[in-house]
Every structure is written in structure tokens, then in C-alpha cells.
Design a protein around this ligand. Structure first.
Ligand code: ADP
Length: 163
């Protein structure tokens, strides 16, 4: 029998949201918020990206901070992941990858990874366009501002208990 979108028996839709999150910004949080409207569960995978500079925080600290942010959201799991996203997705039975784009440059990059992931594992990548108010926010800008001692709190989401 074919399962329709609203069928109570349909498989849960699970997506992996992989990133370096160095640090996790309000731009990432906006993608998570929107992703929760599309998917039943999200696995936020904190990557250790060898091509990007490490921050003052380790991947473990970044993972803990993101987990704290979503402490009350039972549909979100936060993990550290060093391998291929395709392998992580298989571990969690996820059929989708969630990503965001801010610009044409982002798009070209995302398209290549999406294509590879689809080729090697059949995973579909769902790419959300950044809302205009978030399109200039990037982890690298936040890192740079922070390195000059600038207050970056407006770019970093607040954990629920501090609201
Ligand atoms: P990666 O190193 O994998 O690119 P990032 O942490 O930089 O990891 O980004 C993770 C994902 O979030 C990427 O798809 C990136 O394009 C997206 N992203 C980052 N910042 C924003 C933003 N402000 N708005 C929308 N998407 C964003």
C-alpha cells in the first residue's frame, strides 16, 4: 500500500544537518527552525573540518552548546561526526541532508556536495535559502569579530534557560 504524506504509518522523515558550526549562529538556528517544519527529526552533526580553522572551542564544546540550545526539543539530536555525512545518515536512518545557502558561491559549493551524496548514497539534500536578515551572518565573520574582542552575542542564539 502506498503511504501518503499524512498517513499515520509513514516512516518518520529524518534529516541530518551537518556543519562545522564554528560557532553555531542565529543563521544556523533559523535553518534548524525551518527544518523542524519539514522533518520529523533532525540530527545536527558537528563536524571537525580539517579545511577550516579550529576555534577556541573544541568540537565537543560546540556540540554541548548546541545540545543545550535544543535541550527541550525532543526531535533534535546533536552529535559530533568526523566521517562521511552519508555514513552518519545511514546510522540514523536519515534519508535527507539539510543545508542552507546565502549566496551563489554557497550554492555552487552545496550543489557539488549534494550531487556527490546523492550519487554515493541516494540521499536527497534539501537546501533552504537564507532569509535576508541572516544572509550576511557567517561563522567566519563571527570568529573574526570575536578575535578583535567585539561583542558577538547578537549573532549567537541564547540557550532557553537564559531567555
Ligand atoms: P560547513 O563547514 O559544512 O560549511 P557551516 O557551519 O559553515 O559548515 O555551515 C553549515 C550549513 O549552514 C551550510 O549549509 C551553510 O551554508 C549554512 N549556513 C551557514 N550560515 C548560514 C546563514 N546565515 N543562513 C543560512 N544558512 C547558513
Amino acid at each position: 500500500m502506498t503511504q501518503t504524506t499524512n498517513s499515520p504509518n509513514r516512516q518518520p522523515r529524518i534529516a541530518v544537518f551537518p556543519g562545522t558550526f564554528n560557532p553555531f549562529t542565529i543563521g544556523h538556528a533559523a535553518i534548524v527552525r525551518r527544518g523542524l517544519q519539514l522533518f520529523d527529526r533532525l540530527v545536527i552533526a558537528v563536524g571537525v573540518n580539517i579545511n577550516k580553522p579550529e576555534s577556541v572551542e573544541s568540537a565537543e564544546e560546540r556540540c554541548n552548546e548546541i545540545a543545550e540550545l535544543y535541550y527541550y526539543e525532543s526531535r533534535i539530536t546533536v552529535v559530533i561526526w568526523e566521517g562521511l555525512t552519508a555514513d552518519l545518515a545511514r546510522n540514523f536512518d536519515a534519508k535527507f541532508i539539510l543545508r542552507g545557502v546565502r549566496s551563489v558561491a554557497d550554492f555552487e559549493y552545496e550543489r557539488n556536495i549534494a550531487d556527490i551524496n546523492h550519487t554515493i548514497s541516494g540521499l536527497e539534500t534539501v537546501i533552504l535559502l537564507a532569509a535576508p536578515e541572516y544572509s550576511a551572518i557567517s561563522s567566519s565573520v563571527v570568529r573574526e569579530l570575536r578575535s578583535f574582542g567585539h561583542d558577538v552575542s547578537r549573532f549567537i542564539p541564547l540557550p532557553p534557560k537564559m531567555k
